[in-house]
Design a protein around this ligand. Sequence first.
Ligand code: GCO
Length: 257
Amino acid sequence: MTAPTLFDLSGKTALVTGSSGGLGLAMARGLAEAGARVVLNGRDGTKLATTAKAFEAEGCRALTRAFDVADDAAVRCAFERFDAEGVAIDILVNNAGVQLRKPMLDLTTDEWRGVLDVHLTAAFQVGREAARRMIARGRGGKIINIGSLMSEVARATIAPYAAAKGGMKMLTRSMSAEWAQHNIQANAIGPGYIATEMNRALLEDPKFDAWVKGRTPSGRWGRPEDLVGVTIFLASAASDYINGQIVYVDGGMLAVL
Ligand code: GCO
């Protein structure tokens, strides 16, 4: 396979969870530009439809599927619909996530569970349904879990998010342990501090903004587009012998003190 075709996703279908905005939308757009047919997902069907319109205006093909990835029955139903419509998911990006900034002493168990469910349980549920079908088809597949700097380090007031993102790293390795034999490559991306809606409060806090810029060797916040290259790489034949890895796109923050 020559270099240019290594990254060509033509003929592939990619499901990106939580892709009506933010990182998910940027990664979905990148996968589409590399040739994949993309399935956009979110809980809000109206928001998803608006996103899909813009997406298609840019010439990118997109299906939309509104379902809650944290709801097991909804996930199963979504995949049964894929089956019925002949939509085979070759690439799964487990991106859906929420943030909840609160000291643990003030956190309820429901709040804790809610964050873990959207990130970690959802990635397990959607991953399981996608892998079942990848294995049955015998064509392998790609699973990309979205971790975080918090897959390695913690910050006060975001314990459930950090626990979930630490879990995403080990879920990725568990997927490799069980599914690599079926030619499924499961890897993760660890974004650093990226300028997204989820981080608006941090971006607008002059002290936090200065800290991120000072603590990051690149001297800036990441942009959602900074994740596109590594997403295409991990979704393509270029990463066929890479399994269980997490690639940090953090401007070097984790590499230095
Ligand atoms: C926070 C942020 C971080 C970033 C990102 C860093 O409150 O510290 O939300 O968690 O979003 O995950 O990798």
